[in-house]
Ligand binder design. Structure first.
Ligand code: 16C
Ligand code: ATP
Ligand code: CA
Length: 588
């Protein structure tokens, strides 16, 4: 659909003359003094124009403006291959145009700005930015001020920046402070910082809607503010899995042009109370143990996961459990259908219609999909019991630099389901094979001891023989390196002598002095008895409970992102675009 915004004229770029055309959707310029077959058109979608400035303008290393009379500069998104990752790097493209007159120059800048307003409705005007100065290599502030802020300024975005001084400051700000006038919230940090924003925004939205987050059967209200992630942490899995690269400039450009990627969120409950939200991994057994072990070695930085992974692997543990799950409709998609959720994913688009059937009607947008969880046409609860190396639930692929295709390569970002991966107890070499397949394109589910199910909810229970052990460990709060101040939303049992007594009573065991003081979590290597109960890793946080219920809430939040762009579709078909049969990223 073209609009009446069309503007066409001759313009100069350097010493070459071009025919430039602006339609509602594209800005195109073609060199005129060339033979037809050598003519090349550069085409920029209006949605990917970052800004338009009068004059010859540079923004880096500092803003410089010259020759304001007949010139204008257009800034736009330019793609390049990222080398290692699957996604594409975005960079700021810049072209300076000269016009025959100032009147024509003003016409071009005015029309371009009007086109931007009309065709990019989700571009943010005002953002609330939280910077974790201690995340990753402690470069959050520098990354924001040197790489991101100049781009925001160019795009006319005003931002209110808060450099956090303590953990959970961003979450609490979002829960309590006035957010009027903001279009989105940006976090500069890693997955932990993203999780703070996630909890703050979801909590605030439910408070305002008068909904109870504790009840897993309640349909939560999707958040209206978008979330932007500027990666500056030591683990940036959410950014990697939604953008395809970990690169602050790419992420800033996605924010500026107002890209919008819905994301499924899993709520985790224990005993009728909300414990936490997750978007990537809720994992018991191996991934829980790795996280618990890694907390002891924080000083190692990101390497702590590899070290702890090796230690936990060598301890060769498995855990008993009962897993109940509510299957999703297998006619829509399955975890083994070999598809990938890429930018413009059709499974996710169809899910939007299914999850929000009358999305133009805002009242029904927020009240229509309760049936997803409560009365399922899709299936009955299933149950399995046994010993597992690990039990993982992931709402998305959870791809990351360590595992470029992720825990579940065919999972979708926004289809309202999660993938439940059950790895039954097996020989250590079999488990190593499973782990190793995460680093390649080999199918990690094509192993006899691995099961994967696409689900809408799961429940995890301990066999009755292990419940006493769990009660003992939970009451003593022992051994899992649990963060004291952050025990989910529920305050767990305080440690006291009466509770020690309770623990002893419930397990029928008396604690030794050593047990009272020590933290013997990783004892598989040196002790005869390894623990029979593991912990849950919820997006990098240890959960204080073992028996949990998880429910996937389809498209509960929206990120300034567009999913992973398929780098095999980047090609230049500008001359023959109408005849191009490949899905072209550059000219769509
Ligand atoms: C033989 C090589 C095997 C390599 C196996 C690689 C599997 C990698 C799977 C990564 C899954 C990441 C899921 C995302 C979780 C995030 O929400 C969360 C917050 O940032 N991160 C973690 O919990 C951090 C969890 C980090 C888990 C890292 C596990 C590393 C395992 C290394 C095993 C070595 C075995 C060596 C045997 C001698
Ligand atoms: N000013 C602060 N001081 C201490 N902790 C903070 C501060 N601001 C945020 N945090 C907390 O720091 C944690 C880790 O932050 P972030 O995810 O940004 O970095 P990271 O390096 O990727 O972290 P990790 O190494 O734990 O994966 C978050 O859980 C967040 O709550
Ligand atoms: Ca999903």
């Amino acid at each position: 659909m073209e609009t009446d915004l069309r503007l066409e004229s001759s313009l100069w770029v350097g010493n070459k003359r071009y025919r430039a055309v602006l339609t509602g959707w594209h800005l195109r310029w073609t060199e005129v003094d060339k033979k037809d077959r050598d003519k090349k058109t550069i085409s920029v979608p209006v949605a990917e124009v970052v800004g338009v400035e009068e004059g010859r303008v540079e923004i880096l290393p500092q803003k410089l403006v010259e020759d304001k009379d007949k010139e204008f500069t257009v800034f736009y998104v330019k793609r390049s291959s990222s080398g290692g990752s699957f996604g594409l790097l975005w960079r700021l493209g810049r072209t300076q145009f000269s016009c025959p007159s100032r009147v024509l120059r003003d016409q071009w800048t005015k029309q371009l700005r009007t086109a931007l307003k009309t065709h990019s409705p989700l571009r943010p005007h005002r953002l609330l930015v939280f910077i974790n100065p201690f995340g990753g290599k402690r470069k959050g502030r520098k990354i924001y001020h040197s790489l991101v802020a100049p781009l925001f300024e160019l795009a006319g975005i005003s931002s209110h920046v808060i450099v956090t001084e303590w953990a959970n400051q961003a979450r609490d700000h979002l829960l309590k402070k006035d957010l009027t006038g903001f279009d989105g919230v940006v976090c500069v940090g890693g997955d932990g910082m993203f999780s703070e924003i996630l909890h703050g925004l979801i909590g605030r939205t439910q408070q305002e809607a008068g909904l109870c987050e504790n009840d897993p059967a309640v349909t939560l209200q999707p958040c209206s503010l978008h979330i932007g992630i500027i990666p500056a942490g030591s683990t940036d899995c959410v950014c990697y899995a939604t953008v395809g690269v970990i690169d602050p400039v790419t992420s800033a450009l996605h924010i500026i042009i107002g890209d919008s990627q819905p994301l499924d969120v899993c709520s985790v409950h224990h005993a009728s109370a909300l414990v936490r939200y997750s978007v990537s991994l809720v994992g018991y057994g191996f991934y829980g143990d790795v996280l618990a072990e890694s907390e002891k070695h924080r000083w190692m930085g990101p390497l702590r996961y590899d070290y702890s992974g090796a230690m936990v692997y060598l301890s060769n543990r498995s855990y008993a459990g009962i897993i109940q799950y509510l299957p999703a409709d297998p006619m829509i998609s399955t975890p083994r259908d070999k598809t990938r959720c890429l930018s413009g994913c059709s499974v996710c688009s169809r899910s939007t219609e299914r999850l929000f059937p009358h999305s133009s009607d805002s009242a029904s947008l927020y009240s229509s999909h309760f049936s997803q969880f409560s009365s399922d046409s899709e299936g009955e609860w299933q149950s399995v019991e046994g010993r597992f190396k690990c039990v993982s639930l992931t709402c998305m692929s959870s791809s990351c630099p360590r595992s470029p295709l992720g825990l579940s390569p065919s999972a979708h970002l926004a289809d309202g389901t999660g993938d439940l991966i059950l790895v039954w107890d097996t020989h250590p070499l079999g488990f190593l094979k499973f782990l190793h397949r995460h680093t390649s394109t080999q199918d990690q589910f094509d192993l006899p001891f691995v099961e994967v199910h696409r689900v809408k909810a799961i429940r995890f229970l301990l066999p009755s023989s292990d419940k006493a052990e769990e009660a003992y460990e939970e009451i003593m709060g022992q051994g899992h390196g649990r963060a004291e101040e952050e025990r989910g939303y529920q305050e767990t049992v305080n440690r006291s002598s009466s509770q020690q007594h309770l623990a002893e009573k419930s397990t029928g065991r008396e604690m030794t002095n050593e047990q009272k003081t020590a933290s013997p979590f990783l004892c598989g290597l040196c002790c005869s008895k390894s623990p029979s109960v593991s912990v849950w890793n919820c997006d990098g946080e240890i959960l204080p409970f073992t028996e949990i219920l998880c429910r996937i809430h389809g498209q509960l939040v929206r990120l300034y992102a567009r999913g992973i762009e398929d780098s095999t579709n980047i090609h230049d078909c500008s001359e023959q675009h109408d005849k191009c049969e490949r899905r072209c990223i550059l000219n769509k």
